[in-house]
Design a protein around this ligand. Structure first.
Ligand code: MN3
Length: 204
């Protein structure tokens, strides 16, 4: 069975005014779809055809002969994770266990937000900013192009796409304004908390 483009988890105008319907239409309907289509073309008739995205990412991330498969599989995974990282009326501070963990590992929400914004704005060129759970600790990391934490052993909890196509129509070159809107108005902390619970369960 071929890989499929998952539908957005909300209507295309749900994240306005922070991300426009036009941006979501292009980003999901053109960019994300292109990664799905490219991946299906690249794995047709190959062993990867029957594997999960995660299995493909782990198996190809260090294989120079399979860069195309890795890039497209990782970008399919990353974008689905990114859509789920946001919701209408999201953002601001988390609650409960996650708040306690952020206070403990970063020294407070403001320090987490500053670290995330720094990672997202200093990623040179295209890439992603992440909140991950790694060796019992929350960390902020950034990755280039399609690279994600899936093959590295850290559990992804949250991501923000900082490729220009994620924000250019709405913010032009003002990446910091896009990242600030993501932090203040878009983060789906329930999704992050679900990933955090799952990651701790696997390690506990
Ligand atoms: Mn993108």
């Amino acid at each position: 069975m071929a890989f499929e483009l998952p539908p957005l988890p909300y209507p295309n105008n749900a994240l306005e005014p922070y991300i426009s319907a036009k941006t979501l239409d292009f980003h999901h309907g053109k960019h994300h779809k292109a990664y799905v289509d490219n991946l299906n073309r690249l794995v047709e008739g190959k062993p990867e055809e029957k594997k999960s995205l995660e299995e493909i990412i782990v198996a190809t991330h260090r294989d120079d002969a399979k860069t195309g498969i890795f890039n497209n599989a990782a970008q399919v995974w990353n974008h689905t994770f990114f859509w789920n990282s946001m919701k209408k009326g999201g953002g601001g501070e988390p609650e409960g266990e996650l708040k306690r963990a952020i206070d403990h590992d970063f020294g407070g929400y403001d320090k987490f937000a500053a670290a995330f914004k720094d990672a997202a704005t200093t990623q040179f060129g295209s890439g992603w900013a992440w909140l991950v759970f790694d060796a019992g600790k929350l960390k902020v990391i950034k990755t280039a192009n399609a690279v994600n934490p899936v093959a590295g052993g850290a559990a992804a909890l949250l991501t923000c796409d900082v490729w220009e196509h994620a924000y250019y129509l709405d913010y032009q070159n003002r990446r910091p304004d896009f990242v600030q809107a993501f932090l203040d108005h878009l983060i789906n902390w329930e999704f992050v908390a679900h990933n955090f619970d799952k990651a701790r369960g696997q390690r506990g």
